[in-house]
Design a binder for this molecule. Structure first.
Ligand SMILES: CC(C)(COP(=O)(O)OP(=O)(O)OC[C@H]1O[C@@H](n2cnc3c(N)ncnc32)[C@H](O)[C@@H]1OP(=O)(O)O)[C@@H](O)C(=O)NCCC(=O)NCCS
Length: 188
């Protein structure tokens, strides 16, 4: 398990799947804002690739997010689009509604930076999010991500086109403080 200050990132367990499905993917508004395609109902038992992990898929590293204290499931995160030639990847993240606004999102991004830059040796991370998603923008910026551009009207979200923001962080700009904090916590 990878450990941050408040949350841990561990492998997906079978019993995480119905919780994540009900609280993230069955929620039309959350799903429409977080996914690049339209919301559709998912048949119970369907091996949804967003939830059911394929350990042989080398371009994705999915995690379940749990509280360090008690181990309660609080969300899902993924390092996706892992490109070992350009040494880059993207971050995806969704927390259960009751676990938002507690600093967990910021902590997850910090842990994924450690995983990507230190464990995987990547040199660039990217996050795409809707321009009105203040919590995601702040979680990224708190970890040193900078806004690199705006994709105007690029996302169709529940009846309107919305801008997306592209944020990037290079390994060389990842702050020594952030690096040291996560490295200490992931030891042992
Ligand atoms: C986006 C998300 C991962 C952020 O995680 P979080 O744990 O809620 O965020 P944090 O508690 O770490 O807060 C980060 C910052 O955003 C601010 N913030 C949190 N919720 C906010 C809200 N609803 N509105 C405005 N600001 C908010 C916090 O005050 C904090 O700001 P600071 O760094 O200036 O102190 C989480 O809210 C979530 O899962 N949302 C739904 C799914 C989603 O949008 N995923 C991202 C798709 S790209």
């Amino acid at each position: 398990m990878l450990r941050g200050g408040k949350v841990g990132l561990r492998a997906r367990h079978e019993d995480d799947i119905p919780v994540l499905r009900a609280e993230l993917y069955d929620d039309v508004v959350n799903s429409s804002r977080a996914e690049s395609g339209p919301w559709r109902p998912i048949t119970p038992g369907y091996q949804d690739p967003r939830l059911v992990v394929d350990d042989e898929e080398e371009r994705r590293a999915p995690f379940s997010v749990v509280e360090l204290e008690g181990g309660t499931l609080v969300g899902s995160t993924v390092l996706w689009g892992i490109d070992t030639h350009n040494r880059s990847a993207h971050i995806g993240l969704g927390l259960l509604p009751a676990s938002r606004g507690k600093g967990y999102g910021t902590d997850v991004v910090a842990v994924l930076c450690h995983y990507a830059f230190v464990v995987r040796g990547l040199q660039r991370l990217q996050i795409e999010t809707l321009s009105d998603n203040t919590a995601m923008l702040r979680s990224a910026e708190r970890n040193g991500f900078v806004r690199e551009g705006v994709l105007r009207s690029s996302a169709w979200v529940l009846g309107e086109f919305v801008d997306e923001v592209v944020l990037g962080l290079l390994a060389r700009d990842w702050t020594r403080d952030a690096q040291a904090q996560v490295a200490v916590r992931t030891r042992g």
